[in-house]
Design a protein around this ligand. Structure first.
Ligand SMILES: [Zn+2]
Length: 454
């Protein structure tokens, strides 16, 4: 009996990561991500899965980013009763991220209803903060390198993927098959995260391809960010930095801290972290020493490197401050959250700066900002874009094409089949070609919804 894989998300796109594995009537869901970006993709969040959630025996999460975990509250609401296995870091981050995701969806729905710009009356949230809180008890922490059985006879081992706190690659052994999923792989040279572990022996590999068609520049983030912030400080502008609350916020804080220590930017340049979630996550780094590169004093320095903004009143008060200053705020692709208010306020002035720090999925506001557009739509109105847009090429939390290939090469033996997932079509196909030509391995980009035997 074969083990079947169905690609329910993260196939031909970077969002909605969801892979269903079936064998002899048992079902395991690998990642449970939310679709983000294009409306066509977001609508998939409202389409029922081809399997009833109560028929799924267990869920494994590679990491806490919403495109890998954000569908969990829906799954639980619709009847999933099994365990959700994840690293302790991922579990802790999900406790922060998922309720916030529910909260944002409630706020967006309420905002759309108040201002009447939703085509649906009334606009409903996909799930609420309470739905998210209700699913958290399903999370079960597992240690990296320790094999466990989420379903009797299905052996699972997590290993370090780098990327963000708690991020893991997953090896699944069932019915004599060895199936390896890379999860989101970090870079080997990340400022704060450890490099990904070597890939173990497997017959089938699912590899992410966010940057499957690109090579990161040789210069580091300090060399890119330093001159930009120096220029900003000189002209007295405000830099709005959309950041993922988890991962990029901490990496950017650390980079700014280092730039100040080196004297590359004024020590007095005010920095604000306006995201309660990011503030919370920054403190989590202290509880997970050893799972990242920062020492205990460096973690403490991280929490003191910016003014931490928690309440909405404090956030609003920022509007009355004058530049120069740097405001880091979520979400990272400007799809929602407090960063929208800052963008609406500061995008119109050419002295200001918008600094994009990572991959901007097509269809997101971040992608619009990166495209050189003259205006951007925020809360139902067009906001003129005069601020300088700086896109940091080196601040990515993902491995680039050569690093993805290096991870594959670290396998003790060639697998039978590689599925290239979690990338836009172009990036995924480019990585597929590199795997075929440089490694001589069988690789394909699976279609959304397709099922393949292993
Ligand atoms: Zn991720």
């Amino acid at each position: 009996m074969s083990v079947n894989i169905t690609f329910l998300g993260g196939a031909g796109t970077v969002t909605g990561s969801k892979y269903l594995l079936r064998h002899e009537g048992k079902c395991l869901l690998l990642d449970c991500g939310l679709f983000q970006g294009y409306k066509l993709l977001r609508l998939r969040n409202w389409t029922p899965l081809p399997i009833a959630p109560d028929q799924i025996d267990a869920v494994l999460l590679t990491h806490a980013h919403l495109d890998h975990s954000g569908y969990l509250p829906v799954l639980a609401k619709e009847g999933f009763k099994g365990h959700v296995y994840a690293s302790a870091g991922t579990r802790d981050l999900c406790r922060i991220l998922l309720p916030d995701s529910g909260h944002i969806q409630e706020e967006d729905a309420a905002f759309a209803n108040r201002h009447g710009f939703s085509k649906h009356a009334p606009a409903l949230p996909l799930y609420t903060r309470q739905d998210a809180l209700d699913c958290l008890h399903l999370l079960k922490a597992v240690d990296e390198g320790v094999t466990f059985q989420p379903i009797p006879g299905w052996r699972v081992t997590f290993s370090t993927a780098g990327h963000i706190l708690g991020a893991s690659s997953v090896l699944l052994e069932v019915a004599g098959r060895r199936i390896l999923f890379s999860g989101d792989l970090g870079r080997t040279d990340d400022l704060i995260m450890n490099p990904p572990a070597k890939a173990p022996l497997a017959d089938t590999v699912l590899i992410e391809s966010t940057y499957g068609d690109r090579e990161h520049p040789k210069e580091d983030v300090l060399a890119e960010l330093g001159p930009a912030l120096k220029k900003l400080a000189k002209r007295g502008g405000v830099a709005v930095v959309p950041v993922f609350a988890v991962g990029r916020a901490q990496a950017l804080l650390h980079a700014i801290h280092l730039l100040k220590l080196r004297g590359d930017i004024p020590h007095s340049l005010p920095v604000f972290l306006d995201s309660p979630m990011a503030v919370h996550t920054t403190h989590l780094f202290e509880h997970h020493l050893g799972e990242h590169r920062l020492s205990s004093p460096q973690t403490r320095a991280l929490t003191h490197s910016a003014t931490m903004i928690n309440s909405t009143d404090e956030s609003r008060a920022l509007a009355s401050r004058h530049g120069p200053m740097v405001i880091l705020s979520a979400s990272g692709m400007a799809t929602g959250g407090r960063v929208l208010h800052h963008l609406a306020l500061y995008a119109g002035d050419h002295r200001n700066m918008i600094i994009l720090t990572g991959f901007q999925a097509p269809g997101t506001r971040g992608a619009t900002l990166a495209s050189g557009a003259k205006s951007v739509r925020i809360h139902g109105r067009d906001v003129e874009l005069n601020a300088e847009v700086v896109q940091l090429q080196s601040a990515s939390a993902h491995a680039d094409a050569p690093q993805l290939l290096a991870w594959l090469r670290s396998m003790p033996q060639a697998p039978n089949q590689v599925y290239v997932v979690h990338g836009e079509l172009n990036a995924a196909d480019e990585l597929r070609k590199r795997i075929k030509h440089q490694l001589g391995w069988r690789a394909m980009v699976p279609e959304h919804g397709s099922t393949w035997p292993t």
